[in-house]
Design a protein around this ligand. Structure first.
Ligand code: 5GP
Length: 120
């Protein structure tokens, strides 16, 4: 499990289309693409196109309020597009003890199967 070094991540290459991804939704501020190692029939990552210090949610500042809202709204749009509005989960892993591995803030949108609670 990685720590937050502040270094650029693989998601920059995805944003810049230097490596391919399966894009589900995109707008000026937000990119949503399928997770390469899906944990559910639908598993989409929603990320800000500009990281702006948001390596993890725990680094959020008041200035990030707008983009945080846009990311959450994009998660809803993704759920709608994927046909899972009746039941889906949005997850943010923050830091090593939560198994965060990529230090560019991302929301996991998961669905298409029964999601159990509590998570592991
Ligand atoms: P985290 O563990 O940081 O919450 O989630 C990172 C997610 O990024 C993991 O679910 C992992 O499968 C996904 N991921 C890592 N590298 C790539 C990649 O190159 N392409 C895609 N589409 N997903 C990736």
């Amino acid at each position: 499990i990685n720590a937050d070094s502040g270094a650029p991540t693989i998601f920059d290459k995805i944003i810049n289309k230097e490596i391919p991804s399966n894009i589900v939704y995109e707008d000026e501020k937000v990119l949503a693409f399928r997770d390469i190692n899906p944990q559910a029939p639908v598993h989409v990552l929603v990320i800000p196109k500009v990281r702006d210090g948001l390596t993890q949610l725990g680094k959020a500042d008041a200035r990030h309020g707008e983009i945080l809202g846009q990311l959450l709204y994009a998660a809803k749009i993704v759920a709608e597009k994927e046909g899972i509005l009746d039941g889906f989960r949005v997850v943010i892993n923050n830091g090593p003890s939560a198994c965060q591995s990529v230090y560019h803030l991302h929301l996991h949108v998961l669905g298409g199967r029964q999601m159990n609670w509590p998570p592991g």
